[in-house]
Design a protein around this ligand. Structure first.
Ligand code: GLA
Length: 724
């Protein structure tokens, strides 16, 4: 997995299909290769000679320029003038550093990152780790670069820790978790942008001679950009060409992007956004930067995504539900909003249970005096006007109906109209003397404070312990403004964003580990915090508040670039719903099946015939759930490029394949489309579920299905089982 060639001072990190190679010279780490597997990198360093000189680039003490060179790690101005990996301000105001290689160690397994989410191993044989120590002799500050290699998953992770063994207090101004210098031009950058109700739209831009970056300064990974990017060649498709995937394991402010070099190539980086950020590092202290997940696919974007999916399903998500089938749920939000009572909920649950739904989720409005969104966040006590017999009773009644009980919280928030705010107005993020900006009539609690975190842990654990609660939806419905904390001195105010994330992760760790049998679903006005960091604590995420089956094709398709289908909350709701489009029930049901599956409407209004159809879809989903949630996922048609969205699953044992297709336009020449499967066994016979028709894998992959349906916003699902 990881070899060090001492004679040539070369590190070779290899996975099943890829290699990542860099070497050391004069104490500096030079990046040599990331891509196709390469087993013999010994003479590699010689090609660096071609890069050493450039006009208007100052020299190192050894007499060459760094700026045209591919580096593994860089600091500003000494003499590299590109965006640095690490930028530190010293007591005298200078920001030059020179970090040189001191030592390294290679060991089996993968260590956790203090206070941060990260991929993990269950057995040390699953991964190997390289830790490189670089030290700035003058200040005695050390940097530990951490590389972990998952050979079977074709994944390499990177992170960085800064340790102050010197005598002065310094400030970290910028710490990028991964720096990757590409030596050639001609790439394109794929990223996922969006807004509330239209998250993770796929955009592909040329990397030319301008900086291209994405990021968030909103205190959350956000709806606007996802902490994911891929670098690809113009010819890269789903099934061929180079695809380099980067994903940041962090839920707060981030920066990712590329910046061209003076001659050719560019520097790609990913890390905490340096804007309004800075960490004071006292003597004896250390700072851990979050993890970046890297995966390279020589065979297109599909394989890149499958690498991310498998890693996240198996070594990012944790707990009982990682390996457990996710229940079909019904949520009362769109059915009732704040206007519900026990009777209404139980009436919904009774019908839902008859239709085969497994979990009832009581959404916003059950606590304090919350009859609209203007009050009560922070007061996590049941509203006895709505639920006169309390939560325990409601849970028992739901259990009698054969349903599990789930509940909504928004623990990081505080309403001005609340008992909590009356008692602790200083707990809200705010700047003294300035107007406090409301978002959805609420403020954000200052999770950089220990007392606030402790309050949240106690309050939420108390509620969960008060009834048989088996599911929690954890919401976060605004972004951060007025970011200042009463407990920190002025120099440390630039730490608040990151301290907030550390506080949040600590709260999540304490609550999820105290409640191992509870399924947690993360949410932020839908998918405003859909990132690998949250998946470490909560194995599913409400993908979007937009449940329109047309818009959702793009949202779920885009989300699949990095995140597995089993993590995507997807529900059937009424039509039209928020958008003008009216779609058939089957289109909505089939689309939501490509996720954790659930419902979000008033089921009490439906007659037996309609309920019978819901039951049929639930039975169908229960049959397909295992393959959808654990199988390999293939994108077939992009809703961003065609009138269709289409994708496919192959079960882990390769015995079953499922194909879905959805129309996203009402008028088009549908007969010209063929849906062709990928990666089946060409010689095997596949039997189509329902019709019993038999096809060879070869036929399904090369001839395929011509679409014949003419239904508006139509859909199809084909299930094939191998014949033996
Ligand atoms: C957010 C969520 C919704 C719902 C509401 C409740 O918008 O995304 O699903 O829970 O909050 O206020």
């Amino acid at each position: 997995m990881i070899t060090y060639h001492a004679d040539h001072k070369i590190f070779n990190l290899s996975t099943k299909n890829t290699s990542y190679v860099f070497g050391e010279a004069d104490g500096r780490l030079f990046h040599l290769h990331w891509g196709k597997k390469f087993d013999n990198p010994f003479n590699f360093m010689s090609y660096l000679a071609d890069y050493q000189y450039a006009a208007f680039c100052a020299n190192t003490e050894e007499g060459y320029c760094l700026e045209p060179m591919p580096l593994e790690f860089s600091t500003f101005g000494n003499p590299d003038l590109r965006q640095p990996s690490l930028h530190i301000r010293y007591e005298n105001g200078s920001t030059d550093s020179v970090f040189k290689y001191e030592s390294h160690r290679i060991f089996d397994g993968k260590p956790g990152l203090k206070g941060l989410p990260a991929t993990y191993v269950e057995d040390d044989s699953e991964a190997q780790t390289l830790e490189i120590k670089l030290t700035d002799e003058m200040t005695n500050i050390s940097v530990y670069l951490l590389y972990s290699v998952y050979p079977e998953l074709d994944v390499i992770t990177r992170s960085m820790r800064v340790e102050n063994n010197g005598k002065e207090t310094v400030k970290i101004l910028r710490a990028m978790s991964a720096t990757m210098d590409f030596v050639e031009d001609g790439y394109e950058l794929i990223h996922l942008h969006g807004n509330h109700m239209m998250e993770r739209q796929v955009d592909r831009v040329k990397v030319t001679k301008a900086d291209v970056s994405i990021g968030s300064v909103r205190g959350a990974s956000s709806h606007r950009h996802n902490p994911f990017m891929a670098l690809v060649k113009p010819e890269t498709t789903e099934t061929q060409g180079d695809a380099y995937g980067f994903n940041f394991v962090y839920s707060g402010n981030f920066l990712a992007g590329v910046s061209p070099n003076i001659y050719r190539g560019f520097r790609a980086q990913m890390g905490i956004h340096p804007f309004n950020s800075g960490w004071v590092l006292e003597p004896g202290a250390d700072f851990q930067a979050p993890e970046v997940v890297l995966t390279y696919s020589p065979s297109g974007l599909g394989q890149m995504s499958r690498n991310f999916h498998k890693l996240y399903r198996t070594r990012m998500c944790r707990g009982k539900f990682r390996d457990t089938e996710r229940p079909i749920l019904i949520n009362n939000w769109e059915a009732t909003y704040f206007g519900f009572n026990e009777e209404k909920l139980l009436a919904m649950a009774e019908k839902a249970s008859k239709a085969g739904i497994e979990l009832f989720v009581m959404d916003d409005g059950w606590f304090g005096k919350r009859d609209d969104d203007k009050s009560s966040l922070g007061d996590w006590t049941v509203d006895l006007n709505k639920l006169p017999h309390g939560l325990d009773h409601l849970g028992k009644e739901l259990n009698k109906l054969g349903m599990k009980f789930g509940i909504w919280f928004e623990p990081e928030m505080i309403s001005e109209v609340s008992n909590l705010y009356e008692a602790h107005p200083d707990w809200a993020l705010q700047v003294p003397g300035r107007y406090k900006n409301m978002g959805r009539t609420q403020y954000i609690l200052d999770l950089s404070r220990q007392d606030v975190c402790d309050y949240i842990v106690d309050a939420i654990n108390n509620v969960i312990g008060s009834a048989n609660i088996e599911y929690v939806k954890w919401d976060f419905n605004r972004n951060m403004t007025n970011v200042w904390s009463a407990l920190l001195d002025s120099e440390k105010q630039t730490e608040v964003y990151h301290r907030y994330m550390l506080g949040l992760y600590d709260v999540l760790e304490r609550i999820t580990s105290a409640n191992p049998d509870v399924l947690f679903e993360s949410c932020s006005g839908g998918g405003g915090r859909f990132d690998p960091g949250m998946l470490y604590y909560m194995p599913q995420v409400w993908t979007s508040d937009n449940t329109c089956a047309i818009d959702r094709q793009k949202i779920q398709y885009g989300t699949s670039f990095a995140y597995p289908v089993v993590t995507m909350g997807a529900h059937v709701s009424d039509v039209p719903n928020g958008t003008v489009k009216t779609t058939p029930l089957q289109t909505r049901a089939f689309l939501a099946m490509n996720g954790t599956y659930g419902y979000e409407f008033d089921i009490t209004k439906f007659d037996d015939d309609y309920l019978g159809r819901l039951k049929m879809y639930n039975e169908m989903f229960k049959k397909l759930r295992h393959t959808i949630h654990t199988g390999d996922f293939y994108r077939l048609y992009s809703p961003f490029e065609t009138d269709f969205a289409s994708w496919q699953y192959i079960s882990e044992d390769k015995e079953q394949a499922i194909l879905f297709v959805f129309a996203n336009a009402t008028s088009h020449a549908r007969h010209t489309y063929f849906i062709r499967a990928l990666d089946l066994d060409p010689d095997a016979i596949y039997v189509e579920d329902g019709t019993g028709k038999e096809y060879t894998g070869d036929y399904l992959m090369n001839i395929g299905h011509m679409l014949t349906s003419t239904q508006e916003y139509g859909n199809a699902c084909w299930v094939y089982n191998k014949k033996h």
